[in-house]
Design a protein around this ligand. Structure first.
Ligand SMILES: [Zn+2]
Length: 254
């Protein structure tokens, strides 16, 4: 009797946890309601350049992400005029755990658990966020202008974007942030190990004739293939679109 009850309680807890995770994920794919995305800035290297940029950030700096989602959702048949809203939240000080150098299964699993624990300790944002985008700024003049890789997690709706501190890079930073937000909704990467967009899903205009140069970038491919060998990094979301496969993955298209 007691054993059966214990098992029933355990099953109930498991079902509730599973249901909550499923509900959070389903909400991010319901385009009929406005999805709240909270942007939390962080200083990646403790540099004065990143601090200065964060101090001057305005919500307006991220508005082209909203415009991109509105335009793309409409292109895929979503009638909601405001499918996504971005709000700028106060800066945070505790950085997320760094991604492992070795991308082995166990390391990645442990890191993703630590990351979710860290995210659980962070605020939800006002209004309460469906997706939390942690945007980490790095001094553009250090490290030869390189920043660490970014990550979007579908489990937990967390997007970690590593971006440049220069104001001039804001529009290209927004491409990275939008890419990671889409990961939280279930979108997969559409480039190969050599960073080349996969054909056809990673091409913005796969049917273009001639095929090159492609004019636009599929957001989950992240780069525009301008010839058989050359890639260009988009300068802004105006040069990107959400392709049919990505739209399907995030529930924009059925
Ligand atoms: Zn990606």
């Amino acid at each position: 009797m007691w054993k059966k009850l214990r098992i029933a309680i355990l099953l109930f807890i498991l079902a509730t946890v599973g249901l909550n995770a499923w509900r959070a994920h389903a909400q991010t794919r319901d385009w009929s309601k406005t999805l709240q995305v909270s942007i939390f800035p962080l200083n990646g290297d403790g540099s004065p350049a990143a601090a200065a940029r964060i101090a001057r950030l305005q919500e307006e700096d991220f508005k082209d992400i909203e415009a991109f989602f509105t335009e793309q959702a409409q292109a895929h048949g979503v009638s909601n005029p405001r499918p996504l809203r971005v709000s700028l939240q106060p800066a945070l000080s505790a950085l997320p755990p760094a991604a492992p150098m070795q991308r082995s299964g166990l390391d990645v699993l442990l890191w993703s658990l630590k990351l979710r624990y860290w995210a659980w300790q962070q605020p939800d944002g006002v209004p309460r966020a469906h997706v939390r985008a942690f945007v980490i700024f790095w001094d553009s003049d250090a490290n030869g202008g390189r920043v660490p890789d970014s990550h979007g997690l579908a489990k937990g709706q967390i997007a970690i974007s590593n971006v440049h501190s220069t104001r001039a890079m804001q529009h290209s930073n927004n491409v990275v942030i939008a890419h990671e937000i889409l990961h939280t909704m279930g979108a997969t990467d559409k480039y190969g190990p050599d960073l080349r967009p996969q054909y056809p899903a990673g091409f913005a205009e796969p049917d273009a004739n001639p095929r090159y140069p492609q004019r636009l970038c599929e957001i989950m491919a992240g780069r525009t293939p301008v010839s058989e060998t050359e890639l260009e990094i988009p300068r802004s979301l105006a040069e990107c679109l959400i392709g049919p496969l990505t739209a399907q993955e995030v529930g924009m298209r059925h």
